[in-house]
Design a protein around this ligand. Structure first.
Ligand SMILES: C[S@@+](CC[C@H](N)C(=O)[O-])C[C@H]1O[C@@H](n2cnc3c(N)ncnc32)[C@H](O)[C@@H]1O
Length: 267
């Protein structure tokens, strides 16, 4: 995704925001004194939302993008919130005081951007207090039309002259990791989590217009920074055509797809 333009993500991420809040309302019960970590917090709107929930004492958000963290600090801060630049899959970037410090961890729309899932899960586990809860959503390899679009556009014959050096850095969670009819995961169990729920969720999110859908998808397509500005609309025409072909977007600009949800507890 493009993490160099935080204002674009902040104004065009209603899909991620609405899904994150819907899942929190379904799975999380905020309790008095909750200390919450948001791993891959982006521009901080979900951190701010959590910080305003009854009982929540404090929220820490971290992200690998310095630009996003700078934006979050400026636009989505309050007295009980802190932001940092850290990499969820690199334990050396995690602050020592975060060890076993959090009663809840969320990480929404992040782990498909992270190659080493086990390293990331170990970090998230280490930050939780025993019995603490974690809520994730991410894209899985067997069903993510979004990942298909990002990866297929990276090798599209028409655009390959521009995209020779482009690495999508997108790593959908391997579906082979899910066991027990898709209701558990080796990685999670190996990292010391009890899986409370693990399931594939279907979504249909209306964007309302071609322009809004294009702005939202553009924030996730770092391809565009390799393509001349005057050809961006043409590139997006091809993204839209491919999205229609696999029914990832409808005629009235609803995004249609599936994502993986995990609610787990530290043993
Ligand atoms: C689609 S955004 C999701 C942001 C936010 N969680 C939300 O729901 O709106 C993905 C975020 O993951 C961050 N990210 C990607 N790899 C990361 C890593 N290794 N460690 C921490 N954050 C990472 C990106 O910088 C980006 O802000």
């Amino acid at each position: 995704m493009d993490t160099t333009k935080p204002e674009n993500y902040s104004t065009n991420h209603s899909f991620q925001h609405n899904l994150g809040i819907e899942l929190q309302q379904k799975h999380m019960r905020w309790e008095e004194g909750d200390t919450v970590l948001d791993a891959g917090c982006g521009t901080g709107e979900i951190c701010k939302y959590i910080s305003q929930q009854p009982g929540v004492a404090s929220v820490v958000g971290f992200d690998v993008s310095p630009d996003f963290i700078s934006f979050a600090s400026q636009h989505n801060s309050s007295a009980n919130m802190r932001y940092h630049v850290s990499d969820v899959s690199d334990a050396s970037t995690i602050k020592p005081e975060w060890q076993a410090a959090f009663s809840k961890v969320v990480s929404h729309a992040v782990l498909h951007w992270v190659q080493d899932k086990v390293a990331a899960l170990k970090v998230l586990h280490s930050c939780l207090k025993p019995g603490g809860e974690m809520l994730l959503w991410f894209c899985a390899s067997n069903e993510s039309k979004f990942c298909q679009i990002v990866l297929d556009m990276a090798t599209h014959h028409k655009w390959k002259t521009y995209l020779n050096d482009f690495e999508p850095n997108l790593f959908p969670w391997p579906s082979s990791d899910f066991v027990n009819g898709g209701h558990s995961s080796y990685f999670l169990e190996e990292c010391g989590f009890e899986v409370l729920s693990c399931y594939s969720k279907s979504y249909q999110q209306p964007f309302g217009s071609k322009e809004k859908w294009r702005k939202a998808i553009s924030t996730l397509l770092r391809h565009l920074s390799y393509i001349p500005q005057d050809r961006h609309e043409e590139f997006l025409d091809d993204v839209e055509k491919m999205s229609r072909d696999i029914n990832f977007v409808s005629d009235d600009y609803k995004a249609i797809g599936k994502c993986q949800v995990v609610h787990a507890r530290k043993l």
